[in-house]
Design a protein around this ligand. Structure first.
Ligand SMILES: [Zn+2]
Length: 294
């Protein structure tokens, strides 16, 4: 499942090919993904240029020349990829063995420098979706999202305000999208390990009586930024050319410190712990019982 760093990697892969491109034709091969496409979606996109492609949490935001914003969410298996040239004879553009039945959206683009390109959205499990709106605040998906973890608004002070008096375990508190936007199951485990915080610790324990963040909460804010930045850098190194924007054989493989490493030695220097797996709110959490103190 793509998390924030993977979505950011996709964004960076797409940007040089879609920014400035004219959307000539949009073909929907079905009426819905996870949700139906919005009314008038095709008509709204055709004839527009893509001014920029941005990201908010795990949403891709394509800004169109007419002012509208086209939102894309990759769900669990969503992939954007390109075929060179216009999309006239589909079979020509696929690698042998490539399964085309999951290609739900086909967009003919014309880029002023790179020429005609076909952008394809495929999604085997169809948990992804698309939307269209005028302003970010009009979107139910974006309204109520907390600060971007890599933006200036995310810091330990903000977290302390949210965590004050909260008995929820840190794992759940960090997955709350109002606290920080776009952080998912994998990177919550990684960030808590980086900050040496046990995932079962009550959130309020990291806030001082004065309401100020504890030193460990400060460490956590840094930990969130560090694990995401490292993962984005790792993803960026896999982007050799625009075809890599399709994710290739899947999303890039990043080596995690604790995630999915049950029974392995803790990578913290000098720590003799062994990574343990527990289940919180129905999802796996990985942590080191030695250096992540309760
Ligand atoms: Zn450890």
């Amino acid at each position: 499942m793509p998390e924030l760093p993977e979505v950011e990697t996709v964004r960076r892969g797409l940007a040089p090919y879609v920014e400035g491109a004219l959307i000539e034709k949009v073909t929907l091969n079905r009426k819905d993904l996870r949700f139906p496409f919005p009314k008038g979606f095709v008509e709204a996109l055709e004839g527009q240029s893509i001014v920029s492609v941005g990201r908010r949490a795990k949403y891709l935001l394509f800004r169109l020349s007419g002012g509208k914003i086209w939102l894309g969410h990759l769900g669990m298996t969503g992939i954007f990829r390109f075929a060179e040239g216009r999309f006239k004879e589909p079979s020509r553009y696929y690698e042998p063995g490539e399964d085309i039945k999951h290609d739900h959206v086909v967009i003919a683009l014309n880029h002023p420098k790179k020429g005609p390109l076909t952008l394809i959205y495929s999604d085997a499990r169809r948990f992804g979706f698309m939307d269209l709106f005028e302003r970010e605040e009009d979107s139910p998906y974006l309204a109520g999202l907390g600060p971007e973890p890599l933006g200036n608004a995310f810091n330990a002070g903000e977290m302390a305000e949210r965590f004050r008096g909260k008995k929820a375990p840190m794992k759940a508190a960090l997955l709350d999208q109002r606290v920080v936007a776009g952080l998912g199951n994998i990177y919550v485990s990684e960030a808590l390990h980086r900050a040496h915080i046990r995932p079962t610790t009550e959130a309020r324990k990291l806030v001082l009586k004065s309401g100020k963040p504890s030193a460990r909460l400060e460490l956590l804010a840094d930990g969130v930024r560090t694990v995401l930045t490292e993962a984005i850098d790792a993803g960026g190194s896999t982007l050799r050319d625009f075809r890599a924007a399709d994710g290739g054989s899947g999303y890039f493989q990043h080596r995690f410190a604790v995630y999915d490493r049950e029974g392995e030695p803790c990578p913290t220097p000098g720590c003799s712990g062994t990574i343990r797996r527990i289940v919180q709110s129905g999802r796996s959490t990985f942590y080191c019982p030695v250096c992540q103190k309760p």
